[in-house]
Design a protein around this ligand. Structure first.
Ligand code: TYD
Length: 140
């Protein structure tokens, strides 16, 4: 497998229809994000100051949106780290497979929505950072 780079991960702007009644944003499979959506999950009632999601996924593509409030997503490809602040619901962060990632700086009441490319498979997770580094070095 070729080693993945954090530079493949990017903010993607979504369509936003605004009028006096408010804003509407939509997402179509493969059209606005580079994969088909098989699962949706969300994080909410996250206590301020906590962090989540210190792990990598072997095959999962993800698109992460701050539906409310704000939080940061930190991505690490084993060589380079990037921090993205998410705070609006008309854009999101595309995360390719094999990125070590964690989320922190949750504001109170924030909601994190994740649209992802596969059903939940525990074997897709790499939960130890050392195991992750060994895996990316094998791919280098
Ligand atoms: P996990 O992905 O480890 O969340 P975080 O890294 O943010 O703490 O998931 C937490 C628990 O929820 C874990 O036991 C697996 C379970 N889970 C599911 O059953 N289905 C899902 O779609 C997700 C995302 C998690």
């Amino acid at each position: 497998m070729t080693q993945r780079s954090v530079n493949e991960c990017r903010i993607i702007d979504l369509p936003k229809i605004s009028d006096s009644r408010g804003n509407l944003t939509f997402i179509e499979n493969s059209n606005h994000i580079p994969f088909d959506i098989k699962r949706v999950y969300y994080l909410y009632d996250v206590p301020g100051g906590s962090d989540r999601g210190s792990h990598a996924h072997r095959n999962l593509h993800q698109f992460i949106i701050a539906m409310s409030g704000s939080f940061d997503v930190v991505l690490d490809d084993g060589r380079q780290k990037k921090r993205f602040q998410l705070n609006r619901s008309h854009y999101g962060l595309y995360v390719c497979p094999m990125m070590w990632r964690y989320l922190d700086n949750f504001s109170s009441g924030s909601v994190c929505l994740a649209l992802v490319s596969e059903k939940y498979i525990e074997d897709d997770y790499i939960r130890e950072y050392d195991t992750y580094l060994s895996a990316v070095r094998e791919d280098a």
